[in-house]
Design a protein around this ligand. Structure first.
Ligand code: HEM
Ligand code: HEM
Length: 185
């Protein structure tokens, strides 16, 4: 398979997982324990959230591995500064990586107290690795806001690639002439 085609399908899967993370985060932002959305209870939405988040973060690791040549090239020493577009992508990708780690760690730490994380709840005030559990929840929530913003920027910076590749992969190509087919063989 063409390398760009393979990246396109992984990026599409990442985008679907991201939608799952966004929707589930919006639902569980509501603290009502009796909440029911689309037939699912709040605890079920927390499971949806964790499954979508783990899929997105694992998929992002594969995504990073498939771009490892790029990563090595842009972080290697170079005699001249990189073009601005490359430096910009490098910075955004570095932030995405750091935020992904922060969200995974803070998410796993708050998981055992899920459903009891609103301020004022004595369980949320319990200390955990130098902070209140509630503060870890706040870090998770604000880190997520930054992550969503940066992912939107990440997609905007690659928009041209997304549109061109989507056209090439999804739209039927005109039938090849015999000569073109022979030339490819
Ligand atoms: C979760 C949703 C994400 C989506 C939908 C997404 C989508 C994309 C797209 C469309 C491209 C350009 C096309 C390609 O070569 O694949 C790209 C490139 C790239 N992405 Fe992502 N990405 C996501 C998350 C991440 C994360 C979390 C990281 C960092 C850990 C990351 C790092 C990179 C790198 C290193 C590149 C290649 C270099 C560049 O041009 O920026 N991506 N991504
Ligand atoms: C391994 C990864 C993750 C785990 C285990 C995890 C776990 C959790 C848990 C347990 C909650 C609290 C549920 C409750 O209030 O009862 C939560 C809330 C939330 N998570 Fe995650 N999460 C992960 C990744 C992410 C990611 C990647 C994002 C966004 C990019 C995200 C965004 C949010 C948001 C916005 C909330 C709502 C916070 C609030 O109460 O206002 N999470 N997560």
């Amino acid at each position: 398979m063409h390398k760009a085609t393979r990246n396109f399908w992984l990026d599409g899967a990442l985008f679907l997982a991201l939608l799952g993370v966004i929707i589930s985060s919006l639902v569980i932002d509501n603290k009502d324990p009796n909440l029911l959305v689309w037939g699912l209870s709040r605890p079920s939405w927390v499971i949806v959230h964790i499954v979508a988040a783990v899929t997105m973060l694992t998929g992002s690791t594969l995504h990073l591995v498939w771009h490892w040549d790029w990563v090595q090239a842009v972080f290697a020493r170079a005699p001249r500064p990189r073009p601005q577009a490359v430096r910009r992508n490098r910075l955004v990708d570095l932030w995405l990586f750091g935020l992904g780690l922060l969200l995974a760690v803070s998410g796993l730490l708050i998981w055992p107290l899920s459903g009891n994380l609103d301020e004022g709840n004595p369980l949320a005030a319990a200390p955990l690795l130098g902070m209140r559990v509630y503060d870890w929840k706040q870090l998770h929530a604000w880190g997520a806001v930054l992550m969503f913003g940066l992912l939107a920027l990440h997609l905007a910076l690659h928009w041209k690639w997304i549109v061109t590749t989507a056209r090439r992969v999804l739209l039927p190509t005109p039938a090849k002439t015999g000569a073109a087919t022979l030339a490819e063989e």
